[in-house]
Design a protein around this ligand. Structure first.
Ligand code: GTP
Ligand code: MG
Length: 369
């Protein structure tokens, strides 16, 4: 970081903050314990107090964490990752549930599947991964961090309501991320349904569906009456063939945290979408400023799995803390490396927080005193 509080500098040198303040005073700077000094000043102080200074930059610590592109011949095709977006109440959750239920093995604990932020279904021997984004905010955040979690966006538009503000937002998100859209015109079972109005509404948003001469696929569905769900799945597979989605399964895993929470019994539980490589039980991983050793992995049916190849979402048990949705996940070679990275990131987080907390105020108070 370019700045550090006096307290934090003292902590890192294992010196008393008051001694740091005295030294600064000798140099004509009247500062308090929570004031921020820049890196050059901090370095000067540290060396005057007899410490050797090693400035650690992100590039040193994070070097090689996310490895270079894979060779073409190492790549194998992988299932598409699909996110369902759309306006409030247009049926996103219903559609997700309907798509999953049609694929849950009969006789499984009353057909009830436990909640998981992402799941896979199979259609004609091909897998499709669905992510249940908790809302546009999470999607935006992931994108802001440069994480691309989705290959295809299913835009749900209720046939009795048409294009609404959040429909437009979803379109904007998908376009900004360069992700192709498939339109699911939902609730066609309703007497008031008007699918053609949806198509003309979409024209105004520059979404031209095939029947109107464009190249955006649209499917009329009813999540409630389970109409045309197979057709929707087929269209997703068609679209993903065009995208030629590939990943190298034979390398250390990388992925992204879809959601995470602290479970009373099981500790931190993170739903991880594997994007490259294969995640294995026993792997040591870092995610944001947390790390852990994979103790167990569960699929969307609560079944234990030993390995998770590209595009597979799994619940990961074994984190020492709870990572955040959108955190990038990387497997590292050993615990020491994991600790090094996480220590560095946690320190950075603290520095940022204390700089923010004291930053501008510090200089003003200096002038007043
Ligand atoms: P938010 O998460 O609040 O944004 O809503 P959502 O988009 O997830 O919608 P949800 O699936 O909760 O559905 C909203 C309402 O529409 C519920 O009452 C559903 O039963 C109803 N609904 C969803 N799909 C259909 C459908 O195909 N036909 C009919 N008639 N109703 C539907
Ligand atoms: Mg919902």
């Amino acid at each position: 970081p370019e700045a550090i509080t006096i307290q934090e500098l003292a902590n890192r040198m294992a010196e008393r903050a008051v001694d740091v303040i005295k030294l600064l005073m000798k140099q004509g700077q009247m500062l308090k314990i929570n004031d921020v000094i820049d890196a050059d000043t901090a370095e000067l102080i540290a060396s005057e107090m007899g410490h050797t200074v090693k400035r650690v930059s992100e590039s040193d610590v994070e070097e090689g964490l996310f490895s270079a592109a894979d060779a073409d011949d190492a790549l194998e095709s992988r299932p598409p990752v699909v996110t369902i977006m759309g306006h409030v109440d247009h049926g996103k959750t219903s559609l997700l549930d309907a798509l999953r239920r049609s694929n849950v093995v009969q006789g499984e604990a009353g057909g009830i599947t436990q909640h998981i932020g992402a799941y896979q279904v199979e259609q004609g021997g091909h897998k499709i991964t669905f992510i249940d984004t908790p809302g546009h905010a999470a999607f935006t955040q992931m994108r802001a961090r440069g994480a691309k979690a989705t290959d295809i966006v299913i835009l749900v538009v209720a046939a009795d309501d048409g294009v609404m503000p959040q429909t437009k937002e979803a379109i904007a998100h998908a376009k900004a991320a360069g992700v192709p859209i498939i339109v699911a015109i939902n609730k066609i079972d309703k007497p008031s349904a008007d699918p053609s109005r949806v198509r003309t509404d979409l024209l105004r948003e520059d979404i031209v569906v095939e029947s109107m001469g464009g190249d955006v696929i649209d499917v009329e569905v009813s999540a409630l009456k389970r109409l045309n769900l197979d057709k929707l799945l087929e269209m997703i597979l068609l679209q993903s063939e065009v995208l030629e989605l590939k990943a190298n399964p034979s390398r250390t895993a990388e992925g992204i945290v879809i959601e995470a929470q602290l479970d009373k019994g099981r500790g931190p539980v993170a739903t991880v979408l594997v994007q490259k490589g294969t995640l294995k039980v026993g792997d040591i991983l870092v995610a944001g400023s947390e790390w852990g050793r994979v103790r167990a992995m569960l699929d969307e049916n609560g079944q234990q799995v030993k390995e998770a190849p590209p595009s597979k979402p799994v619940e990961v048990l074994g984190f020492n803390g709870t990572p955040a949705a959108g955190d990038m996940v990387a497997v590292v070679e050993n615990e020491a490396r994991a600790r090094e990275i996480v220590d560095y990131r946690q320190r950075q987080k603290r520095d940022k927080a204390s700089v923010l907390a004291s930053g501008a105020r510090g200089s003003l108070e200096q002038m007043m005193n």
